[in-house]
Design a protein around this ligand. Structure first.
Ligand SMILES: [Zn+2]
Length: 280
């Protein structure tokens, strides 16, 4: 792992500034884009509109194929720059009304009210929704885990920031326990279910250490300019909980993880509290 507190390459500096997109030509003027909703004409099975074909299925999805900032990636220790100045993740979540939506390719909790925000380099990104992939999409030194949660946030300029939490089989996850019965029922043709008030603060992070890099949505249209934050701590989920998520989605989407993409020259930063700071 490289420790580099000074003399960072320019591209590292870009990650530290607020309006990342102002520096990157590919996101200037790009329209607001969200993940494809509901039933989709893509799959995770190669040869049947699988990940290698996504870029050719729809002219708006070319970046899935020829993008240079695609996600997910393998988080390889020796490529990571430790940057204390990234700072602690600033989050300010609050309980808000939410619905459970089965999009066919995944299960999503969508907040209908103000569920709070995260702040990255001075920019606020409001929490919009969260959803799960199994197995995990990001890998740690080549290891793929059993589940990955994505918390999708959007700025007032429609830029996206996603927090990812990776899980392996073990003890139950308390947030999924709250949703378990609704997730099981969502497989029975009920597309949207009112959940009442859901507190995103109930999603356990468990660590202050995180990775940060610039990437994309991991489903078509694979839009780039997404600020990724991946928590370093691998948490646990029970097999029943992971199975409920897989059973809920449509046939063929039981495994809904995109293969890892080329990192090329992109830097991956890691925040870790200073020794005298704290316990993470
Ligand atoms: Zn996702």
């Amino acid at each position: 792992m490289k420790s580099s507190n000074s003399n960072q390459p320019t591209i590292v500096a870009i990650l530290l500034f607020s309006s990342v997109c102002h520096f990157l030509p590919f996101c200037i003027g790009s329209p607001p884009v969200n993940e494809v909703e509901n039933e989709t004409p893509f799959t995770y099975t190669e040869g049947h509109k699988g990940p290698k074909e996504w870029g050719h299925i729809n002219p708006h999805w070319h970046v899935c194929d020829n993008g240079k900032f695609q996600s997910p990636i393998d988080l390889l220790s020796e490529r990571v720059h430790v940057i204390h100045s990234l700072g602690k993740l600033r989050k300010d979540y609050k309980p808000a009304p939410a619905v459970l939506q089965n999009r066919g390719h995944d299960v999503m909790v969508k907040w209908k009210g103000d569920a709070g925000k995260i702040i990255i380099n001075g920019t606020s990104y409001k929490l919009i929704q969260c959803h799960w992939h199994s197995p995990s999409e990001h890998t740690f030194n080549g290891t793929r885990y059993d589940l990955e949660l994505h918390m999708v946030h959007e700025s007032s300029h429609k830029k996206l920031a996603v927090i990812a939490i990776v899980y392996k089989y073990g003890r139950r996850d308390s947030f999924l326990s709250q949703l378990f019965h609704d997730i099981k029922r969502s497989g029975n043709g009920i597309k949207e279910k009112n959940l009442g008030i859901v507190n995103p603060g109930d999603i356990k992070f468990g660590s202050r250490k995180y990775y940060r890099y610039m990437g994309s949505l991991t489903v078509p249209p694979c839009t780039e300019g997404v600020v990724w934050t991946i928590l370093k701590k691998v948490r646990t989920v029970s097999r029943d909980q992971a199975r409920a998520l897989r059973d809920a989605v449509h046939d063929g989407f039981e495994a809904n993880a995109r293969p890892t993409q080329r990192l090329d020259e992109r830097p991956v930063l890691m925040f870790t509290p200073r020794e005298n700071g704290a316990s993470a």
